[in-house]
Design a protein around this ligand. Structure first.
Ligand code: PMP
Length: 410
């Protein structure tokens, strides 16, 4: 039996059926280097999705791997019950990058866990238990995180554990008015939202949305949780996307690119809010030595190579070139994003979402050696989240292949 069929059979037999893949015949990825991935047949792909923003500093980044290996050889694991240096150094480094008074981190191992912790902390800090969230948002796969995930596709468990209120998304003209009505009527502990909704289809809010949201939350004693799990660490051209609007949330959650592939996540908050969590708290793999060493090396790499500026510059370039393609291609109804977080929305001739066309384009680009992603409520947004180390010439090659795929399919 062929290697590929063997793996598919194992997947069908041993994994929970929810585990799904892009592509009719997903490549079996075996190696990564810089902006490239290689499959088991030796085919090379330009990675334009970064495992959903994770490998911003490139695959198998030698500096990050070296830092992790050095730590692995010295001491692999203890628990947070003992004192170790990497977690403290990482927390201090993070506090030098965060906006305003956000300086205390609680480390854990995944984005869902970070959001779960942030929501719990909002209850501790406010004495309230209800949450507001946005309809196109995604915040994770644990029970509480699912309850505040508005995006239907990912809202796996329909039975809410907490009282959670969905608010129309950032593009709805009355989103904040509806939120204010809710804040007046109910005791809301926190509003949780992604600064740019990733899985929702790279939805960039109007410029005044986050400043107004910040004001409303402060006015009603509700905490503002920014889920920066996709947007942080220079993805949008700033360390944190909320910095585009000079907003300091009460809690920021981070994961994905922080470890460049090593599992690490955190919620970050102020002295005042953190002071409400004084009971013993621990996470076995939270702040583990190896992930912290990798995360520190990742942040050093980002700083040394100015990945924020690079993301902004190359993101503007890619968006501009995509808009040129849009002018020639009626199927593209919108190009949007910030930095190297970009979505291209496709609609069919009746102006309905075109998810099948998006799938065809993903397949066609895969065959030409480019891996891109998809997102959106209607799964009709082709999504570019390349490693931030991508070169302009590689973006040019991607655009040639994209235009060819669009010509064939439209
Ligand atoms: N929040 C956002 C915005 C995400 O994109 C994701 C993952 N796609 C999560 C939370 C959950 O993160 P994790 O898969 O690490 O639990």
């Amino acid at each position: 039996m062929e290697y590929f069929e063997k793996l598919i059979d194992k997947k069908k037999e041993f994994l929970v059926p929810c585990v799904y893949h892009f592509f009719q015949r997903p490549p079996v990825l075996v190696r990564g280097e810089g902006a490239y991935l290689f499959d088991s047949d030796g085919k090379k792909y330009l990675d334009c999705f970064s495992g959903v923003t994770v490998v911003s500093a490139g695959h198998s980044n030698p500096e990050i791997i070296e830092a992790a290996i050095t730590q692995l050889r010295k001491l692999q694991h203890t628990t947070t019950i003992y004192l170790t240096e990497p977690m403290l150094e990482l927390a201090e480094t993070i506090s030098s990058l965060t906006p305003g008074n956000l300086k205390r981190s609680f480390f854990c191992a995944s984005g869902s866990e970070a959001n779960e912790g942030a929501l719990m902390l909002s209850s501790l800090a406010t004495g309230r238990h209800e949450i507001a969230y946005l309809k196109e948002g995604l915040h994770g796969r644990t029970k509480w995180a699912i309850n505040v995930t508005g995006l239907e596709m990912w809202r796996t468990d329909p039975n809410p554990m907490v009282t959670a209120h969905a608010i129309p998304g950032t593009r709805h003209p009355e989103s904040l008015e509806i939120l204010e009505e809710l804040l007046k009527k109910r005791s809301i502990a926190a509003v949780i939202a992604e600064p740019i909704q990733g899985n929702g289809g790279i939805i960039v809010p109007p410029n005044n949305y986050w400043p107004r949201l910040r004001k409303l939350c402060s006015q009603y004693g509700t905490l503002l949780i920014a889920d920066e799990i996709q947007t942080a660490w220079n993805r949008t051209g700033r360390w944190f996307a909320t910095q585009h609007w000079d907003v300091t949330p009460d809690i920021i959650t981070v994961a994905k690119a922080l470890g460049n592939g090593f599992p690490i996540a955190a919620y970050i908050t102020s002295d005042e809010i953190a002071a409400h969590y004084t009971r013993p708290g621990a996470a076995t793999f939270g702040g583990n030595l190896v992930s912290c060493a990798a995360a520190l090396a990742t942040l050093i790499f980002h700083k040394r190579h100015n990945l924020g500026d690079r993301s902004e510059r190359l993101g503007n370039y890619l968006q501009g070139r995509l808009q040129e393609i849009q002018a020639r291609c009626p199927t593209i109804t919108e190009v949007r994003g910030l930095g190297l977080m970009i979505g291209v929305e496709l609609k069919d001739s009746t102006k309905g979402p075109a998810p099948a066309l998006v799938d065809q384009i993903l397949e066609s680009l895969k065959d030409s050696g480019f891996l891109i992603g998809k997102s959106g409520v209607g799964r009709n947004v082709i999504t570019f989240l390349p490693p931030l180390i991508i070169e302009k010439t590689e973006i040019d090659a991607l655009l040639v292949a994209l235009e060819k795929a669009l010509e064939i399919r439209t």
